[in-house]
Write a protein that binds this ligand. Structure first.
Ligand code: ADP
Ligand code: ZN
Ligand code: ZN
Length: 787
């Protein structure tokens, strides 16, 4: 046995798969139990991973078990509660008697947990048996079915075993004389062999073909006649290809300089920030850096904030790195994550991993470089469930543990990173021009107060924006419209009595979804029908307020009936396929106007977009968050960056009622430095990051009184230690989630003081609180460096 191997351990009548953390012969101060079985012959988790997990657990103040849960795919960490299902049409001929008993214990159930399978089958070590059933492909881990993520099955075809002799073959062809397509398909199996000796036929029967879809009717006929057999086969989902990869593009001068500067800075700095305007060619710089590292035999991890971004960049990296590139995401099916995990442990791991935040948890045998693209993105931070880690910051630590370097890239860096670069902790490299030398888009402001005053708009579109759309369509270019909201309108309000429907569980307004005729809670998923009359006063005037992407689509299609319009938001992109479809039809020019939320602002590269319209910049600016201005600047700059990427300067029309605000001015002049300076002044004045570190302490309880009392107790105890650095308790933006009341206490600690010491003090305060009987059932969780 050695560190990193999996073992099955009993805990209160249940079995769990655990990881060996340390081998020692010290006497523990608790009762020890024997290990039920050792699963692995080789470690499943590397020492370096364990070390990294410990850092995450310590820094983000959570149990290391939470990190293990987030890091390891379900199949590798089977436990009594794991849900499994039988695979349809699986081949059970090779099962051992025990395996068969467990398999048969499913009966007609679709899925059962392992504990119950053990009970029903009477097989004691069901966990181990399920593991071998998994490896034989007879059962699978039950996952929430997400369309587009199902295991990939394809229909394969072979010659029927009934075709034993040359005679059989000849007869078959005779009977197909008038069925041209059928005999064509059948001959696919036989052409390569001249003589149909019996041996040759056996050989042919081993051959499998994947028929073209246009042959589905003749195929069915041949199967019915007993000449061919067909069967579904689960495909390896990992990309393989024999295609030759292509060389990278040659650099322009700016890229060559940036590349050299980055390499030079890596000699003295662990982390370098690449600040390059939108379409300056950062991705191309990444590709050259990755090539260098891969050539030296080491691995590269490329992090992206969200899966929505991966398609375009995957294509670009795939062109250069072919099957040396692996793509990883926590929402991939478990079986696919296991395949990648095991490949990274094998002798031929992927040299480049492109993934969302959870890919920092993969095994890396020889990491040489980490790239964090769009490093400013808040979604690098996992909010729920624990571990509430920030993948960008954790990646920097991972990289240092592997003695390698990190490159952060963005057109709009976070204040934290830019500050680190200014103070010399990070190296800084800038690219100020677009790759194609085209100027950045011209941004026009439309003052909606003014337009409303002159009655020049219908509440959504200004006359300026409509004219710009008309012009873009006439020139056969494309348009992106951005609205930072989803749903038909954010909420429903009765004009007669002011009533607003709220979620019973979460205390937030429900969102209207016209397409589903429903009201939904975006936090817990609670849904009810759209009411015809106000539940409070009975008025039938209950109507929509504000506007979301769906309403924009409706109105727009009335104004431009000939335009092809698509909408991209969380509702239209529940699946990966849906997302890819929208993007590729926009890329192919099949869509004229793309309406969307944040999603359309992300680093997508379209060639024919001449106009970007921002429908309402105000709701970005008025968000109750100390980062609102920074985020608004980033969002507006990023979405503007989608305009005019190839050859021609783009145009941005920005509608706002606060045209004179500082941030809007900074966006128009693309003045990141000004935004940085003014925001840093505010952060310092109000004691926010990067001058102070924030830790949120969240208290949860079903009983509001208990939650309040615990929060008050906790806040007072914290004040005794941290004095003025404690704020609250207060209600977080959503004060009740899934029937638990939440109170939040904010702790601000000087960035220069010891972080570890503060956390240790905080821990002892919370242990003290939980030691009281009345607070025993209180849940307390920390959010370190919240975003
Ligand atoms: P960024 O990542 O900074 O937004 P990209 O790398 O997407 O910029 O580059 C913008 C556009 O310029 C893309 O269409 C890309 O294909 C093109 N491009 C960038 N560098 C080169 C190069 N060296 N040769 C050819 N095309 C390039
Ligand atoms: Zn009413
Ligand atoms: Zn809810």
């Amino acid at each position: 046995m050695c560190v990193g191997m999996r073992v099955v351990v009993p805990v209160r009548n249940k079995f769990y798969t655990a990881i060996v953390e340390r081998l020692h012969d010290e006497k523990p101060d608790f009762e020890v139990k024997p290990i039920a079985s050792v699963v692995d012959e080789q470690p499943t988790v590397l020492q370096s991973q364990l070390q990294f997990w410990k850092w995450i657990a310590d820094y983000y103040q959570c149990p290391i078990g939470d990190v293990y849960k987030a890091a390891v795919p379900s199949e590798l960490k089977l436990e009594s509660e794991s849900l499994v299902s039988p695979v349809q049409d699986a081949d059970v001929s090779s099962l051992t008697p025990n395996e068969l008993r467990v398999y048969e214990a499913f009966g007609s159930s679709v899925s059962i947990d392992i504990k119950n399978l053990a009970k029903k089958s009477g097989v004691a070590n069901a966990l181990a048996v399920v593991r071998s059933l998994l490896s034989k492909g007879v059962v699978e881990i039950t996952e929430r079915i997400v369309e587009g993520y199902k295991p990939k099955k394809e229909i394969y075809v072979s010659l029927s075993p009934a075709m034993k002799t040359e005679d059989d073959v000849t007869k078959a062809f005779e009977s197909l004389k008038s069925a041209k397509k059928q005999s064509e398909l059948l001959s696919c199996f036989l052409t390569s062999t001249k003589a149909f000796s019996d041996d040759a036929l056996t050989e042919i029967q081993r051959r499998e073909l994947l028929p073209d879809a246009s042959y589905s009717a003749p195929l069915k006929a041949l199967v019915d006649k007993g000449y061919l057999i067909s069967y579904p086969k689960v495909m390896s989902r990992l990309y393989t290809s024999d295609d030759e990869t292509q060389a990278h593009h040659e650099f322009n001068d700016d890229q060559a300089r940036a590349f050299d500067d980055i390499k030079e800075l890596f000699k003295t700095k662990d982390t370098v920030l690449l600040h390059g305007v939108t379409a300056s060619g950062k991705t191309e710089v990444y590709i050259h850096l990755i090539e260098d590292v891969v050539k030296s035999g080491r691995q590269v991890l490329v992090l992206l904030p969200e899966i929505v971004l991966t398609e375009q960049i995957t294509t670009r990296l795939r062109r250069v790195f072919g099957d040396r590139l692996g793509v990883y995401h926590s929402k991939f099916p478990d079986a696919e994550r296991v395949e990648i995990w095991n490949k990274q442990l094998s002798a031929s791991p992927y040299q480049v991993i492109l993934g969302a935040r959870s890919s920092i948890f993969l095994p890396f045998q020889n990491l040489g470089l980490v790239i964090v693209d769009e490093e400013h993105e808040g979604s690098y931070k996992q909010v729920d469930p624990s571990p509430r880690y920030n993948a960008r910051n954790s990646a920097i630590v991972l990289s240092i543990m592997h003695k390698c370097k990190t490159l952060l890239g963005s057109a709009t860096p976070s204040l934290e990173s830019f500050n680190n670069a200014k103070t010399g902790r990070f190296g800084l490299v800038s690219m100020n021009k677009r790759y194609s030398d085209v100027p950045l888009p011209a941004i026009e402001i439309v003052d909606m107060k003014d337009e409303r005053h002159r009655k020049k708009n219908n509440g959504i579109f200004s006359s300026v924006l409509l004219a710009a759309i008309r012009k873009a369509l006439a020139e056969r270019t494309q348009v992106i419209l951005f609205q930072n909201r989803r749903g038909y309108s954010p909420f429903l309000q009765c004009p007669d009595c002011g009533y607003i429907p709220k979620c019973n569980n979460c205390d937030v307004s429900l969102t209207v979804h016209k397409a589903f005729r429903a009201l939904t809670c975006h936090y817990c998923g609670y849904t009810e029908n759209l009411p015809a009359v106000c539940p409070k006063c009975g008025s039938s005037n209950i109507s929509n307020m504000g506007f979301g992407t769906e309403r924009i689509e409706d109105e727009l299609s009335q104004i431009f009936p000939e335009a092809k319009i698509a909408r991209m938001d969380l509702d239209t992109t529940r699946t990966r396929n849906a997302y890819v479809k929208i993007i590729s039809s926009f890329e192919a020019g099949a869509v004229d106007i793309l309406i969307g939320t944040q999603m359309v602002s992300k680093g997508l590269d379209f060639k024919n977009v001449s106009l970007v319209g921002v429908l309402n910049a105000d709701n970005l600016l008025s968000y109750p968050d100390f980062r609102a201005s920074e985020k608004a600047f980033q969002m507006l700059t990023q979405v503007s960056g989608r305009a005019g990427r190839a050859g021609k300067q783009g145009r941005v029309v920005l509608q706002t009622s606060t045209a004179d605000s500082e941030v809007i001015r900074q966006v128009i002049h693309n003045d990141y430095q000004a935004m940085f300076s003014s925001q840093m002044r505010e952060r310092q004045a109000f004691k926010y990051p990067p001058f102070f570190r924030l830790i949120y302490v969240e208290i949860r309880h079903r009983d509001q009184n208990v939650a309040n009392a615990a929060a008050d107790y906790m806040a007072n105890a914290m004040r005794a230690v941290f004095e003025w650095r404690v704020l609250g308790p207060d209600n977080p933006p959503v004060p009740r989630i899934q029937n638990k009341y939440i109170r939040r206490i904010v702790l601000k600690i000087e960035a220069t003081s010891s972080n570890a010491k503060a956390k240790a003090l905080l821990r002892s305060v919370s242990e003290q609180m939980l030691s009281y009987d009345r607070f025993k059932t209180v849940q307390i969780s920390l959010d370190v460096d919240p975003v």
